[in-house]
Design a binder for this molecule. Structure first.
Ligand code: HEC
Length: 180
């Protein structure tokens, strides 16, 4: 990123814009440029100080590209996720190692049908190790062993933070193995 676009990016970010513009009369262009760079760094580039809503947004993105959303939601006729069924349970069974098929369960924040009663830490554990709070080991029909074991703790935490914001949808979602 060149200096100009760094500065432009810096002045685009809500909080720091106000702070920067309040201080500009006191500071020369060099300082202003340094402030712009600092605000970009402090708000977006340094891990560990990301704001909670940024974390949820990243989790939403990861839940799409790692396939959680596709597997755990029902789809409309064109194959898009039906918004009212987001994470409320899949509509096609996935083959498990045993050769039987499992329908991906409801993982909305519904406390009874989904995972609303789980802590974020428990969700992270399930994603990365397949272990659930009630002592089950998830089938590899959910690709935790081959894929999600390699997610960073931070990315898994972002996915968990996002999942807990998904509106509750009651019903469905039994992870019952359906033999074929
Ligand atoms: C290929 C389809 C598939 C993908 C992709 C997938 N899952 Fe799953 N998931 C399943 C299936 C099938 C189960 C049921 C496994 C079982 O009961 O043994 C499951 C179970 C779960 C459970 C346990 C729910 C419960 O009540 O026991 C959680 C939590 C979960 N998945 C979260 C996720 C997250 C988060 C992602 C994305 C990082 C994801 N899944 C991606 C198919 C998938």
């Amino acid at each position: 990123m060149d200096r100009v676009s760094e500065r432009r990016a810096g002045t685009c970010r809500g909080k720091s814009v106000a702070q920067a513009s309040r201080t500009t009369p006191l500071l020369g262009p060099r300082w202003r440029s340094a402030l712009g760079v600092l605000s970009v760094i402090s708000l977006s580039a340094v891990p560990g100080i990301t704001r909670a809503d940024d974390m949820v947004a990243r989790g939403a993105y990861l839940a799409k590209v790692t396939g959680c959303e596709g597997c755990h939601s029902a789809h409309d006729a064109a194959g898009a996720v039906a918004p009212s069924r987001l994470m409320a349970g899949g509509d096609h069974p996935i083959r498990a190692a045993s050769g039987t098929f499992i329908v991906p369960p409801n993982i909305t924040s519904d406390r009874d049908s989904g995972i609303g009663g789980w802590t974020a830490a428990a969700i992270v554990m399930a994603i990365r190790t397949g272990r659930t709070p009630d002592g089950r080991t998830l089938s590899i029909a959910m690709p935790w062993r081959t894929q999600y074991a390699y997610l960073t703790e931070k990315d898994a935490e972002a996915i968990a933070a996002y999942l807990l914001t998904v509106p509750p949808v009651p019903g469905e979602g039994a992870a019952a193995e359906t033999a074929r």
